[in-house]
Write a protein that binds this ligand. Sequence first.
Ligand SMILES: Cc1cc2nc3c(=O)[nH]c(=O)nc-3n(C[C@H](O)[C@H](O)[C@H](O)COP(=O)(O)OP(=O)(O)OC[C@H]3O[C@@H](n4cnc5c(N)ncnc54)[C@H](O)[C@@H]3O)c2cc1C
Length: 466
Amino acid sequence: MTHDFLESLKNELGPDVFFGDDIPARYHNDWSGMTPVRPLALVRARTTEHVSKTLRLCHQHKVPVTPQGGLTGLAGGARPIEGGVALSLDRMNAIEEIDTVMATMTVQAGVPLGVAQRTAEDAGLFLGLDLGARDSCLIGGNLSTNAGGNRVIRFGMAREHVLGMEVVLPDGTIITSLNKMLKNNAGYDLKQLFIGSEGTLGVITRAVLRLQAKPADLATAFCGCPDFPSMLELLKSARQHLGAALTSFEVMWPSFYDFMTGRLPSLRRAFSEQHGIYVLIENGGRNAEDNRMLLETVLGEALEKGWVSDAILPASNREARDLWAVRESVSEYGKLMGPTTAFDVGVPTSAAGRLVEAVEAAVSERWPDAIGLSYGHIGDSNLHFVCNIPSAGTNQPYKAITELVFDLVAKEGGTISAEHGIGLVKKPYLKLSRTPEELALMGKIKHALDPHNVLNTGKVLPGSEY
Ligand SMILES: Cc1cc2nc3c(=O)[nH]c(=O)nc-3n(C[C@H](O)[C@H](O)[C@H](O)COP(=O)(O)OP(=O)(O)OC[C@H]3O[C@@H](n4cnc5c(N)ncnc54)[C@H](O)[C@@H]3O)c2cc1C
């Protein structure tokens, strides 16, 4: 059976299919840090028809297939499985159209997010989706994970940036629905099934992205606040004064800020004093002077009321980039910390301070040498916690740390994943955030679309093991 399957794959996909040592190691894993797996075959599709042929063959021969984008996912969703096919979209990287009247961009799934952002800006428009992995992650991966990032507070998650999509179903059927209209209530909004389902229901091949008016500029402020409650007052004031122009409100606890600025010589500490919590605010209104003036108003009031102890309004883009560099240094964890257990939980914003205190205290009590860093997209109720236990070396107690953190998250009524998704890493814990009825419905949808359980087998849904 495997022999027939591989022959058919070779016949139908020709030079776009790779086997054995010809499969580069980068396709063996994503950023989750799990053990790499070399797939049976790698297909690097160039067209939607290639994707369709691959899925049809996998469906017929009941061979599992893992969709892959830029492989920056942190949940193990794009890690291939042994004996299965890895299906990479990285060669489907054309920008097919920019429509400046409709403010849309039609892209293939393999376009890197950063390329889509720059192309929109060159056309005088703006793509509101942004995340640290922008130059490595691909649009298909962003949509299938319903990615969040730095500007959700203003523009929403990836879902809000999509008007139309083309998807290939597990049996190879191509569903082309490249709608460009803002309003279209003709029947079910099918694209929503595939956005955020982490490649378990279909493979995204093309998308129509919704673009925004380009902000005149993005003014940044960096603040040191005495404590979490003061920071919440600052958030309320920023929302009130900046309104829809508030594009980011990113928070770093001292555990994160001190560790990163202390360990990375390229990063500059903004203040000589220590503060209780650090905030990056970005204001992207229509007028550059107003942007800065409004930020000054927010900071003036906050300093007067004691919500902010110190603040910087950078004088140049370069200075602003230096301030953002600390927040964006998350890509350096691997080098600085070694193996980590990482979280992207969500909790109601007012509970986030209590949760960080509880998590940092509980982890240090249990593992006294633990290094735990807390930061987050606080305006979106999304907290990150990254942890390494130096004394555990390569044998990190992932399960014990995860259970400890998720238990505290559950007590605050939170979610185990706000943006990275479930993949493999969080699959055993999905039941903490979803009811049995919700899980059963997810299982029914999966079975209806993928009766042989071949597409991204074993990911997301408990009981979907191959
Ligand atoms: C430094 C860094 C910063 C990050 N910051 C953020 C952040 O702020 N917010 C955030 O949400 N995430 C963040 N991430 C996580 C990651 O970048 C996102 O999850 C991203 O959306 C994954 O895109 P990708 O192309 O790399 O997908 P991959 O990792 O290749 O795949 C992710 C999932 O999508 C599936 N998939 C991929 N392509 C397709 C497709 N075309 N059709 C169907 N399924 C597909 C895969 O099977 C897998 O389940 C960060 C990661 C890093 C390394």
